[in-house]
Ligand binder design. Structure first.
Ligand SMILES: Cc1cc2nc3c(=O)[nH]c(=O)nc-3n(C[C@H](O)[C@H](O)[C@H](O)COP(=O)(O)OP(=O)(O)OC[C@H]3O[C@@H](n4cnc5c(N)ncnc54)[C@H](O)[C@@H]3O)c2cc1C
Ligand code: FES
Ligand code: FES
Length: 464
């Protein structure tokens, strides 16, 4: 039976764990401030905050799409809807939205308020750029983004200097009127609300972030037994271990993107992952979900393939085995994972000396869109500038995400325009795309060739 705090109210519910939070807050508790529009994670109208108790006793809040979030996954959490923010008066975020005329029909506004409030609570820096990134999953169809951005800018100005110390952030936000005072008591209340220990049910569907599962088959999941990866706190870690980065199976894409080791060892990757869905999805979606999902165009998967990642797989009996990611995909949506097994860790080699990584994605919309074709590269150069090692992955051009073969032939070659042209031609001939809504096969083949040229553009310029 899921138990959580909804705004200021303690909830114990008999509803099925697979009921999505959007439906629960609107239809069961009659809180209609959270809006329902796409129900597919695309628009942000249903954004809520989910606060999770941390090891240090504090609560970390993240904005999430409630249309893809089953209530079983907020067991033991603090859920905040727009009704839980404003009491007698408007919050600072709401006031600034009014002052800057950043709302017309108002349908998107609760979601925007929650995303900006989540930014205030969780962003390491309260910078304007980060505020705008926090809104990347919130679509507004009528106001126009200029006034929304103006409200966000004013918010950052008003909070400048407030709570540089993360430990004081919540108190500073209460004082500034961003969140109500009752937030201060939530850590204590959550400590008393013990989340039910996960019951292992044979045949239960493993839900990681649920962003793919609940977009694809919510009705079926409502009736299914579910098992939540978020309950595996032991799989929520990112650490450097010698020459590799170890990422626990429960790590979300946003936590991975923001983590210190990723910023330090894989420059460029945090920015690239901003093109993976949106903040409200990345706050729940996991790297392992992206891999096991086995979409031929999974962005994180394509990056991990080029980086030569390995998966640690935990069997039902607790044994472990390892699989190189390039051997994991067997056919369209078929992977090397038996029933009851789970991916408990992703192991990513740090970039060798002289290596650089690069990612390219082409989609119909620049942001918030699945790729038509994507590709990543890991290029290691010899001291004389020639190619020492080359790995290139490609997505959207075959039934599985794959690594281009035959690239050893380019070892020792200088990065001239002729070499790049030859690599592009070899990629085009390896591609076996099909016509679909993201583009015709011939277009995708051509696109992959162009992505090869884009990968090498800076290196070729440096080398000439
Ligand atoms: C609006 C929208 C936009 C999106 N945009 C993008 C995008 O830009 N790029 C992109 O690549 N994807 C995108 N996606 C797809 C999806 O969000 C991602 O693939 C995401 O990473 C899936 O992770 P998850 O944790 O939510 O997976 P879930 O939905 O929880 O799980 C997916 C599958 O993997 C299995 N699974 C999950 N974790 C494990 C594990 N550790 N061990 C074994 N099995 C496991 C689950 O049982 C399930 O079968 C988008 C989805 C939506 C709805
Ligand atoms: S209703 Fe559109 S993201 Fe949830
Ligand atoms: S105010 Fe109408 S959709 Fe944003």
């Amino acid at each position: 039976m899921p138990s959580f705090i909804l705004n200021e109210r303690l909830i114990h519910t008999d509803e099925r764990p697979g009921m999505v939070l959007l439906e629960f807050v609107r239809d069961v508790t009659c809180l209609s401030g959270t809006k329902e529009a796409c129900r597919e994670g695309e628009c942000g109208a249903c954004t809520v905050l989910v606060g999770t108790r941390q090891a240090d006793g504090g609560v970390a809040y993240k904005a999430c799409a409630s249309c893809l979030l089953p209530i079983g996954d907020v067991d033991g959490c603090h859920v905040v809807t727009v009704e839980g923010l404003s009491g007698e008066s408007l919050t600072l975020v709401q006031q600034l939205i009014v002052e800057h005329s950043a709302s017309q029909c108002g349908f998107c506004t609760p979601g925007i308020v929650l995303s900006l409030t989540g930014f205030c609570l969780g962003s390491p820096k309260l910078s304007y750029d980060d505020a705008i990134d926090a809104l990347d999953g919130n679509i507004c169809r009528c106001t126009g983004y200029v006034s929304i951005r103006n409200a966000a800018r004013a918010l950052c100005e008003r909070l400048a200097g407030a709570a540089a110390d993360p430990a004081q952030r919540l108190a500073a936000l209460v004082a500034a009127g961003v969140v109500p005072g009752y937030f201060g008591a939530i850590p204590e209340q959550l400590a008393q609300l013990h989340a039910a220990p996960a019951q292992a049910v044979q045949g239960a569907v493993l839900v990681a972030g649920g962003t793919d599962l609940f977009a694809q088959r919510p009705e079926q999941l409502l009736e299914s037994d579910l098992c939540f990866l978020s309950a595996r706190c032991d799989l929520d870690y990112i650490r450097v271990d010698g020459e590799v980065l170890r990422v626990g199976g429960a790590v979300t894409i946003e936590d991975f993107r923001r983590s210190e080791p990723v910023r330090k060892h894989f420059p460029g990757l945090p920015e690239d992952l901003l093109r993976h869905s949106s903040t409200i999805l990345r706050n729940k979606a996991t790297l392992t979900g992206n891999v096991v999902n086995a979409s031929p165009i999974g962005d994180a998967t394509i990056i991990l393939l080029a980086l030569d990642a390995k998966l640690v797989i935990e069997t039902a009996g607790g044994a472990r085995r390892e699989v190189r990611l390039e051997n994991f995909f067997q056919a369209y949506k078929k992977v090397d994972l038996a029933c009851g097994e789970l991916v408990s860790e992703i192991v990513i080699p740090l970039l060798p000396a002289g290596a650089r990584y690069h990612f390219e994605k082409v989609s119909n919309r620049a942001m918030l869109d699945i790729a038509a074709v994507n590709s990543a590269l890991r290029l290691t150069s010899a001291p004389d500038g020639s190619i020492a090692d080359l790995r290139i992955s490609a997505g959207g051009v075959g039934p599985v995400p794959f690594l281009l073969g035959g690239l050893e032939a380019f070892r020792g070659k200088k990065l001239t325009p002729e070499t790049v042209d030859a690599i592009a031609k070899s990629a085009e001939s390896a591609a076996k795309p099909i016509d679909d809504i993201r583009g015709a096969a011939a277009y995708k083949k051509l696109l992959l060739g162009q992505l090869m040229r884009a990968h090498f553009a800076p290196a070729v310029v440096e080398a000439v």
